[in-house]
Design a protein around this ligand. Structure first.
Ligand code: HEC
Ligand code: HEC
Length: 303
């Protein structure tokens, strides 16, 4: 996603410098979430499907760090600067311990920090917006059970030509106005439950579209070409289309694709390892079989 992020940041910087005011969306008020009894099992399942740990990993240089915990810090290099996904373990000082439910929901679904700043869309809230509040709160409840890690967040390293971080973040508000459509996931009543479960995981937590859907002029996912593949958002190579997989002879049926998602290249399936797909496949392998089959059922129906 590096090139996309770079373009966004440049746009945001220009918008910020031009002094355009902070735009939509507004953070939601605390009373907009319904009372909820957290389900930890569901939280763990969605945390895995969403790949939270894959991005919030500690750096390899920190050999003492526990790589099963999302204490953050692995550099995300983009042509517009280097960013460090923050510590999201429940440490109250350096992580997100003590965040309220609404603060978490506003960050994960709307890309707004507790301080009111816009978060970079490298954090795929543009997909997570399609998750239900209940599922997002389950993820929070699961994260709250992880061991807290003290690991200070690192400020981004922006080159000189870029304006200060605050200005860039303000500009992102303008981008959101043009390119971010907060809308809940709508199940398709003409399809069965398995298909709809798959569509939900792919569109929301799985954020498959962030890589597999080409971008429009606003650097937003072009939903008219949903999952049709295109240039890799990090600027190197291509991301394959997930449409017509059966007709193109890639997989025999949904069971075949579900097996590919479970075992990847260890069972001889190709196109499952590079460009970030390896981490996605590893996460898929940890999901219950019914989730993999749901994802595969939905994807194999796309032509
Ligand atoms: C593709 C990479 C990626 C994935 C996947 C990802 N994040 Fe992040 N996340 C980021 C980046 C980058 C930032 C920092 C954004 C910024 O600085 O504006 C971030 C920021 C955050 C923040 C704000 C923290 C703070 O201190 O302001 C929270 C909370 C968060 N992520 C939680 C999650 C959760 C929960 C998941 C899984 C549901 C997740 N992230 C998945 C990249 C990712
Ligand atoms: C970080 C970007 C990224 C994300 C997110 C991502 N993919 Fe991929 N995907 C890729 C790339 C790149 C490839 C090609 C990998 C290769 O050639 O080794 C790929 C390949 C695939 C393939 C093989 C296509 C074929 O022609 O056989 C499938 C299936 C797939 N992805 C499904 C998914 C699903 C399902 C999700 C969401 C749960 C997802 N991907 C999320 C980048 C991504």
């Amino acid at each position: 996603m590096k090139r996309t992020i770079a373009a966004l940041i440049l746009l945001a910087g220009v918008a910020g410098i031009a002094g355009w005011i902070e735009a939509a969306p507004e953070p939601r008020p605390a009373d907009s979430i319904a009372a909820h009894q957290p389900d930890l099992e569901n939280g763990k399942r969605l945390y895995t499907a969403a790949g939270c740990l894959s991005c919030h990993l500690p750096t390899k240089d920190d050999t003492a760090a526990d790589r099963s915990l999302p204490s953050g810090g692995t550099a995300l290099h983009t042509p517009a600067g280097t960013f460090y996904p923050p510590n999201i373990t429940p440490d109250p000082e350096t992580g997100i311990g003590g965040w309220t439910d609404i603060q978490f929901v506003n960050a994960v679904k709307l890309g707004i920090s507790p301080g009111g700043d816009h978060l970079l869309p490298a954090f795929p809230y543009t997909s997570y917006i399609h998750m239900s509040d209940a599922d997002v709160l389950d993820i929070k409840a699961y994260i709250d059970t992880l061991s807290p890690v003290k690991a200070a967040n690192k400020a981004p390293e922006l080159p000189l030509y870029l304006p200060v971080e605050q200005v860039m973040r303000r500009g992102l508000g303008l981008w959101k106005l043009a390119a971010f459509k907060p809308a809940p996931f709508e199940p398709d009543p003409s399809k069965d439950e398995v298909w709809n479960r798959g569509a939900y995981i792919v569109t929301g937590p799985g954020h498959c579209g962030e890589c597999h859907t080409p971008r429009n002029a606003f650097m937003a996912m072009d939903t008219s070409r949903w999952l049709a593949g295109g240039p890799h958002p990090e600027g190197v190579g291509k991301v394959p289309s997930l449409r017509d997989l059966q007709k193109r002879g890639r997989y025999k049926d949904a069971n075949d694709l579900a097996t590919a998602l479970e075992f990847g290249e260890t069972l001889g399936y190709d196109k499952m390892s590079s460009g970030g797909m390896g981490a996605v496949q590893t996460n898929m392998s940890k999901l219950p079989a019914e989730d993999r089959l749901a994802i595969a059922t939905y994807i194999m129906s796309l032509d």
